[in-house]
Ligand binder design. Structure first.
Ligand code: ZN
Length: 129
């Protein structure tokens, strides 16, 4: 396991690329194809892949930004389409569960919203959520 894999702490992801800029950018994709969510048949074929960008966690004062390849699958068995679902990442959110928890705990621990918007680079609306 490379250091980035353990930093990432998300299961079943393959890290493809890491760039350290002002923030740490990590590109990753699923380690394996999912079984069909409808009929549980495998294998499915990849119809398309799109990318999600998520704030994941902080390393010191750097935010780790996760660029995730999300395959859209087609099940040849039941002829339906679905997207890959990741453990620890809810659909449609722009931050991972780990990141949300970090923000929540910092806020509970008395870190002000104003401070969090600086350290975690998020809007105050996100802190309230
Ligand atoms: Zn199916």
């Amino acid at each position: 396991m490379s250091p980035v894999d353990s930093i990432l702490g998300l299961k079943d992801l393959v890290v493809q690329r890491v760039e350290r800029r002002r923030d740490i950018h990590v590109w990753a994709r699923p380690a394996k194809r999912a079984a069909c969510v409808h009929c549980r048949q495998a294998p499915v074929r990849i119809k398309a892949t799109h990318q999600r960008t998520l704030k994941h966690t902080r390393q010191g004062n750097q935010v780790m930004v996760l660029h995730l390849s999300v395959p859209k699958y087609h099940c040849t068995d039941c002829n339906r389409y679905f997207r890959h679902r990741f453990a620890g990442i809810r659909p449609r959110l722009r931050a991972t569960e780990a990141y949300r928890l970090e923000v929540f705990e910092a806020h509970e621990g008395g870190v002000s919203q104003r401070r969090l918007t600086v350290t975690h680079k998020i809007g105050s609306a996100t802190v309230e959520r």
